[in-house]
Design a binder for this molecule. Structure first.
Ligand code: GDP
Length: 382
């Protein structure tokens, strides 16, 4: 009897200790973002009627966790090869587009109906009218001139044309190298909810994986949650975040971040900005001021515009507005995993005349891949 009681006590102690140890280990491995923060400000420069601000989605969710200190510094995945890992995801999301295109080309005769169907498929994938017309015209000519009459050759010709439209030789490297001993400065802009803060966090990981030192600037001072979110991203990879008071001047956060970067001899300064401004002139004033104030200390080497691939035409309107107010030098297309309309890569590059440099293919910390035209098309037509 007493032996049984003793045994039960020992078992209870082991279970309690085990749970405690499990919890401690669990904390060390805790994966933080994807963040679900809850900003309730509603003013945006461009509305998303079909894609409401994700920060507003769940009114009942608890308040965002404040930035916590992260126990273990992670070693992020090196950017080379990320698209290879994410290729299946890209192929899965773009499967219907690829299949649609290939099924037309596999017909025994490419008559007017077939060409029309090809055109419709491209338009439905947000490729845009002019690019679609161009692609179909070129492909038609090749089929005729080269006497293409089998599906494999037609597929190869389509691959060439798609790669050509996307621009295989555009420079897609992130301009993150400063000159004269100054840090490179990357400004990340875009409408609220597109994945801006996530992108800054993921870019920090890309740079850390390349052994670069980084400092982050939380110039989205409208939302304390955005700064917390950014700080958490930074802490995961041992990178500092400069932040200002809530509602403070975004330009002064930008200034201080660059100042810190210069003082500490940091390789790259990444600045997150606010994307929630009522009017175009408000947007222009603020982004213009952030850039001007930063440039008192060091030139901005890259302005990345973040576009949510699932927003279609709305994303293109955003591209136009931002393109008018700030000198965008590269595009980050997020959430490509959530849409079969990969043609937006082509449309948005044409709209702005600047290359897509990164694509987001999931909510994971390393689900941001450097964009490559050939790999993209191959995944599409896989
Ligand atoms: P911000 O308001 O522009 O700073 O947007 P956030 O960075 O807070 O991101 C908004 C939401 O989009 C978050 O839930 C992110 O996890 C999500 N998100 C960002 N990039 C991607 C992506 O490539 N794929 C998917 N599926 N979700 C993404």
């Amino acid at each position: 009897m007493t032996l049984t009681v003793l045994l039960l006590i020992i078992i209870a102690v082991v279970v309690v200790l085990g749970t405690g140890i499990g919890l401690v280990i669990g904390r060390g491995r805790k994966t933080l973002p994807p963040p679900a923060d809850l900003d309730r400000l509603t003013e945006e420069v461009i509305e998303h009627p079909e894609h409401p601000d994700p920060h507003l989605e769940d009114e009942a969710s608890p308040a965002p966790e404040p930035a916590t200190s992260v126990d273990t510094i992670e070693r992020p995945e090196a950017p080379q090869g990320r698209l290879v890992r994410l290729r299946a995801r890209l192929a899965r999301s773009q499967g219907s587009l690829g299949k649609g295109l290939l099924s037309v080309l596999s017909r025994s005769t490419l008559d007017d109906d077939a060409w029309e169907e090809l055109e419709d498929t491209l338009l439905a994938a947000d490729v845009g009218v002019t690019a679609t017309d161009e692609l179909v015209a070129n492909l038609k000519t090749r089929v005729r001139v080269e006497g293409i009459d089998d599906p494999e050759r037609a597929k190869a010709a389509l691959r060439d044309e798609l790669v050509g439209l996307i621009g295989p030789s555009l420079d897609r490297t992130l301009n993150s190298t400063g000159t004269g001993g100054l840090p490179g400065v990357v400004l990340v802009v875009g409408v609220n909810g597109t994945g801006k803060t996530t992108t800054v966090g993921r870019l920090a990981r890309v740079l850390v994986a390349e052994d670069k030192s980084v400092v982050l600037g939380a110039a989205d001072t409208f939302r304390a949650a955005a700064a917390d979110q950014l700080q958490t991203w930074g802490e995961r990879v041992g990178v500092q975040t400069v932040r200002g008071p809530e509602g403070g001047d975004p330009a002064s956060v930008g200034f201080e971040t660059v100042q810190r970067g210069i003082a500490e001899g940091t390789d790259v300064v990444l600045v997150d900005t606010a994307g929630r401004l009522h009017t175009k002139s408000g947007l222009m004033d603020e982004l213009g001021k952030v850039k001007r104030v930063i440039e008192k200390q060091a030139p901005v080497t890259e302005v990345l515009l973040v576009i949510d691939a699932t927003t279609g035409q709305n994303g293109l309107t955003q591209a136009r507005v931002f393109g008018e107010v700030v000198d965008v030098t590269g595009i980050v297309l997020t959430k490509l995993d959530g849409t079969a309309k990969g043609g937006i890569v082509i449309a948005v590059q044409r709209e702005l005349g600047v290359p897509v440099k990164f694509i987001g293919l999931g909510e994971g910390a390393d689900d941001l891949a450097p964009f490559d035209a050939e790999e993209f098309v191959d995944a599409l037509l896989a």
